[in-house]
Design a protein around this ligand. Structure first.
Ligand code: ZN
Length: 167
């Protein structure tokens, strides 16, 4: 697998509606188990631009409580991207019984140099998607949420202090 080069350098993310719908569909299909898979795209001007989602089996011992991606499954590269620059940015997983924030375990077990997208359905059945980078601080690892861009506007739960160059 190609390295997820410096994904934590991303300060924002954009998820196309089609990929967001794939996240939601996978989360719904696998509930009450956690859905999981790899997220591909590129980082442009600090924006982690998601292009594709590749759902993978959840091999956790308790898949209703956690997720684990089979390391062997990550060795098989997805089909070659049509245009250059696309690589693995990180991992998506769902929280069937919780909100879309990283659990203590998610923070502790986050892959280095990868971003996390977490999805959950609220009580009204709306799909909430949030994105995080786990960063090292003097007080330990902590999740930093990435604002989400959609069609040049921000959506999601955080408002950025500044804006990407191209927004
Ligand atoms: Zn989780």
């Amino acid at each position: 697998m190609r390295a997820c080069d410096h994904a934590p350098s991303a300060r924002w993310t954009s998820v196309p509606a089609a990929v967001r719908a794939e996240f939601a569909a996978d989360a719904a299909a696998r509930a009450p188990r956690e859905a999981c898979g790899l997220v591909y795209g590129r980082i442009v001007d600090g924006v982690a631009e998601v292009v594709r989602y590749r759902a993978l089996p959840n091999i956790a011992a308790l898949p209703t409580r956690a997720f684990r991606i089979d390391p062997l499954a990550t060795l098989a590269e997805p089909p070659a991207p049509e245009a250059g620059g696309e690589h693995c940015l990180g991992v998506f997983h769902s929280h069937p019984d919780d909100d879309a924030r990283p659990s203590a375990r998610d923070v502790a077990e986050a892959w280095p140099e990868h971003l996390q997208w977490i999805g959950a359905f609220d009580r009204a059945g709306r799909f909430e998607l949030r994105a995080f980078a786990v960063v090292a601080t003097p007080h330990g690892r902590t999740p930093r949420e990435l604002p989400q861009l959609a069609a040049g506007r921000f959506r999601g739960s955080v408002t950025p202090a500044d804006r990407p160059a191209r927004a």
